[in-house]
Design a protein around this ligand. Structure first.
Ligand code: ATR
Length: 283
């Protein structure tokens, strides 16, 4: 590939293992077509033992960056030359920029989460207390985003309590991050503004559903789920049944992709997340 070809056809992709399930290629292809931009975005199946070599090679063959997904988010962060403050706080990357021979690690998962809520409820008051269920990778990004948005209190619960403690300690044990035993999660402050499931509970074909007694919650509480297959999880159905507003998890995936697209292909503009994109990615 010549230098001029590289400029004409910027390449990006999503690195993971396995990767065939990824919807990211559909969403970037949609935006590339919609905005009539040159570029291509592909799924890149990469095993852990090959990650270093792949990251060294991609920039040399026209790639301007990549998304990174399970199980490589932590390794990609460590292999990068530099990182944004968010990626440093999370010690994990979901977006890489290749520029001037350097790899920059970013993490836009928390941005995707807050933008998804913001799109549905533009005047959501981020200072309200929130409950985060689960303490895995997705939870880290969401807890970090909530704390940085100014949540007065973030309650965190996980089946394995040790992971709550580890997450809190990695964040410097902030006073407003309150850890709850799994069995106590429903005894939380009923004035919550937001409840989010970050566990895999409710995912199609996998785990059982996440049970939650929503009847104690204030009617203004918003309920969201990072699981988006199915789009309306039993957890969200249950919340809706109790009259609470729900927001599905697909938007988090769509919004987290915006910063990467903007830098790689978009000549600096912010691509739009709308119904057409949602239905294209779902189809
Ligand atoms: P991710 O990076 O997507 O968050 P993860 O790190 O594997 O994935 O975390 C999965 C989350 O789902 C964890 O909070 C996990 O709880 P444990 O830490 O106790 O494993 C949670 N989870 C998975 N299956 C669960 C189940 N059957 N009951 C309760 N929590 C479950």
């Amino acid at each position: 590939m010549t230098q001029s070809n590289r400029i004409l056809l910027p390449l990006a992709g999503v690195i993971g293992w396995p990767i065939s399930h990824s919807r990211s290629p559909y969403l970037h292809e949609y935006w590339l077509n919609h905005y009539n931009l040159s570029g291509a975005y592909v799924a890149l199946p990469v095993e852990g033992s090959d990650l270093k070599q792949v990251l060294e090679t991609l920039p040399k063959c026209g790639f301007v960056g990549a998304n990174v997904t399970i199980p490589h988010k932590e390794s990609a962060f460590l292999l990068a030359d530099q990182a944004t403050e968010t990626a440093k706080r999370l010690q994990a990357a979901n977006t890489l920029y290749f520029q001037d021979g350097l790899i920059t690690a970013d993490n836009t998962d928390g941005f995707g989460f807050t933008e998804n809520i913001h799109q549905a409820i533009p005047d959501y008051d981020w200072t309200q207390p929130a409950l985060v269920v689960g303490a895995g990778g997705a939870s880290r990004a969401i807890v970090d985003a909530l704390l940085h948005k100014g949540a007065k209190t973030v309650y965190l619960t996980n089946r394995t309590f040790e992971r709550c403690k580890k997450l809190a300690s990695d964040f410097g044990n902030p006073e407003n991050l309150i850890l709850l035993d799994w069995s106590d999660k429903e005894n939380v402050n009923p004035e919550l503004g937001l409840i989010v499931n970050t566990t895999s509970l409710g995912m199609a074909g996998a785990a059982p559903t996440l049970e939650f007694a929503f009847d104690r919650m204030h009617s203004t509480c918003i309920v969201t789920d990072v699981v988006y297959t199915p789009l309306e999880t039993e957890f969200l159905k249950n919340a809706k049944h109790h009259g609470l507003k729900t927001i599905d998890g697909l938007g988090m995936l769509l919004h987290q992709a915006r910063p990467g697209f903007q830098k790689w292909f978009g000549a600096g503009f912010d691509p739009v997340v709308d119904e057409e994109l949602r239905s294209r990615v779902l189809a």
